[in-house]
Ligand binder design. Sequence first.
Ligand SMILES: Cc1cc2nc3c(=O)[nH]c(=O)nc-3n(C[C@H](O)[C@H](O)[C@H](O)COP(=O)(O)OP(=O)(O)OC[C@H]3O[C@@H](n4cnc5c(N)ncnc54)[C@H](O)[C@@H]3O)c2cc1C
Length: 508
Amino acid sequence: MINPRTLDQVVIVGGGSAGWMTAAALSRLIGNGHTKITLIESEAIGIVGVGEATIPPIRHFNELLGLDERDFLRATQGTIKTAIEFVDWTRPGHTYLHPFGTYGADMNAVKFHQYWLKLRQLGQAEAFGEYNLCDVAARQNRFGPVARDRQSPVSSLHWAYHFDASLYARHLRRYAEQRGVQRIEGKVVDVHQRPEDGFIASVEMESGDRITGDLFVDCSGFRGLLIEQTLKSGFEDWTHWLPCNRAIAVSSASAGELTPFTRSTARDAGWQWRIPLQHRIGSGFVYSADHLSEDEATSVLLDNLDGEPLNTPKPIRFTTGRRKQAWIKNCVAIGLASGFLEPLESTSIHITQAGISRLMALFPDKDFDPAGITEYNRQAEYLYRHIRDFIVLHYHANERHGVPLWDHCRNMAIPETLQRKLDLFRLKGRLFRYEDELFAESSWHAVLLGQNVMPDGYDPLVDAAPEDRIIDAFRQMHQAVAGAVASMPKHQTFIDQHCRAAMTAPPA
Ligand SMILES: Cc1cc2nc3c(=O)[nH]c(=O)nc-3n(C[C@H](O)[C@H](O)[C@H](O)COP(=O)(O)OP(=O)(O)OC[C@H]3O[C@@H](n4cnc5c(N)ncnc54)[C@H](O)[C@@H]3O)c2cc1C
């Protein structure tokens, strides 16, 4: 028997990746046969249509849905991602990787990187990335399974995907519709609230139809049709820390060897992404409109493509920040409707995924328990602030002297939470991961050391271990990583053998 407080109707407004990810997850998880799910989208309005690089937790989301990895890669023209390569970020001519997975192995309860800091001073350490499997594999364009030996640093192979975001939404649409999600095509032109408490009662379509619901999920993109235009959440603007506010995106023909990493190249007024898919390369230039015009930005982008452009460059405007409340009354904003942080660390789709997981963990009944809503908003804010700090670090820790955008970012006051992390790290390389922070210590180490934030010292406990033993352990770790990578196939071979898509995209 169904509890009378159980929701009867969930309405999702928006059919970009956020809308269809939400619909797919809800169709899988609210399997009580009672709650109906409706998704409204407007082809005339369309989707933002960029967002092609992800981080490893996407694999958990796909697993939750029961998607087969190789089918998914075929359906989305997907490739593997094990790292981001940052070119010219520290200073022109310098390159480092932020790989997934860990570096080396901790010893005697002391962190690996602490020993590395000491050996580096002694001239006895390889480059930091040499001890990370994903880093070394990415630089050799390799990817494939490795033996899982938990004692060995080579067991830490982590990966995510590059994929065509429109094809992903289409794949999930098929999935959700097969599980009973009803799709309505058309524009929402009005939103009706209950007079007694302001809860959303229905949305009105251009056709005049009214779609009623108990819970409304706002996946309408930047406009925030329900959460902002109707419920006036308010927006916390972080442009003063992250001044880029425009992007231009374009696809180009594939060129060169298929890399298993996203490339991010710093430019004077922003940075350019390069995301290799099976059938094309996705590129884009994220920049600050205070430092460059749209025409100039388009030229910079087109002058720096690997292959011929395949479409007209698409300009996108955005404001960096977050909705002050992602959940108000019976409306939850997921995806771009909840806020936006530039794609430097490929986190937007993850923020969507995290919003869906949080919604499932705090799934309401018709009472809409205020404590659950408060907790949802607390966790959403925490995630946004943590990712913001990590992205700000990339801009702030730069040696690109004499370039206005970069001089500003190096000299600006940074969020207090980031300042605390930096101060602690600069002394003795210490860094702590609080609560459920998304980026692990290894990610912070990659970017801090990659951008030449070298601590003044190292953990004194390191000196308790005999130097020759550390040197020997490091040699073994280095050899283990190199050996494991040598046994991996090329990324292109892996794709060709296991998940090569058809030459044309599958029909809708
Ligand atoms: C420049 C840029 C680069 C990015 N790169 C990455 C990346 O590499 N990795 C990553 O994880 N993320 C990235 N993102 C973010 C990613 O694009 C989004 O997270 C993702 O596309 C989800 O968007 P969305 O579904 O929230 O919004 P949208 O795609 O904008 O979808 C909004 C939906 O709402 C519908 N809608 C709106 N108004 C109405 C209405 N009145 N009536 C009916 N329907 C309506 C639209 O039709 C559409 O279906 C990037 C974003 C930008 C801007």
